[in-house]
Design a binder for this molecule. Sequence first.
Ligand code: ZN
Ligand code: ZN
Length: 305
Amino acid sequence: MSSATRTKHDLIARIAAINIAVSLTVVTLKYVAYAVSGSVALFSDALESIVNVMTALAAYGAIRWSSKPPDSDHPFGHYKAEFIAAMFEGAMIAIAALLILYKAYSGLVHGVVFEQPGLGLAISVLSTVINGGWAWALIRWGTTHRSPALVADGQHLFTDVITSVGVVAGLAIAVATGWYILDPLLAGAVALHILYMGYRIATDSMSRLMDQAASPEIEGRIRGVIEANGHGALEAHDIRTRQAGRALFIEFHLVVPGSMSVDEAHDICDRIEHSIERSIEGSEVVIHVEPDHKAKPEASGAVPL
Ligand code: ZN
Ligand code: ZN
């Protein structure tokens, strides 16, 4: 590892540690803000942050789990561990949203009783300032060190800050005007926003869990590599791809002259397999060899060679 890489590695590890400390502090402050005020809106804001912390931990565990090499129990690797983390995230989000909706409903029906809303608002503002400052720092570091992951983390945090600002502003208006019904209404809005996020995460990971094909762009590149390296064979057809996390499994039929020796056909397969695996990160290729009478018309998507 070069010294520049090492410094970047250390920096990322340090940022990850600070990240955990900051999010735990923010969650604690937000929960205290809810506890002293009795506000349903502050409760919803605290729950949203708890979900963020738990899903960050789940994502970290899933990344370590999915990078385990294949073994005899799981010969295709452990890449799908990432989907389990996504499902956990979806479940956490659903539970949080239901808890908030329940509280908001009883707030609407029975009315809201504020205890120390001023103190709650002050603590909430403090936690939002910490969160906003940290989001700004993440985006700044991510930009200087060219780390899109850090920038994305910072931008995600900013959307939480915007939610918090909305909740604090709404609650301040509710307290000032005595229009307390704003409090459970705000909480309901936060719950719906959380549910929508959960819906997007769940549908996205479901479709990827069902062996989603590679994008048309990647499929085009696969066909290009087969064309460029398939000399000696006659055509390739029935190209199928399926994604599993960071892995991409590719298989297809390769038609060769029926009289070709196994040695020769195997050489062509090895050449194509290695070229695809080199040009497409995370790909694993398996080829099924067929004699010429198995050829399919080009209209069926076959690649003539
Ligand atoms: Zn075939
Ligand atoms: Zn072989």
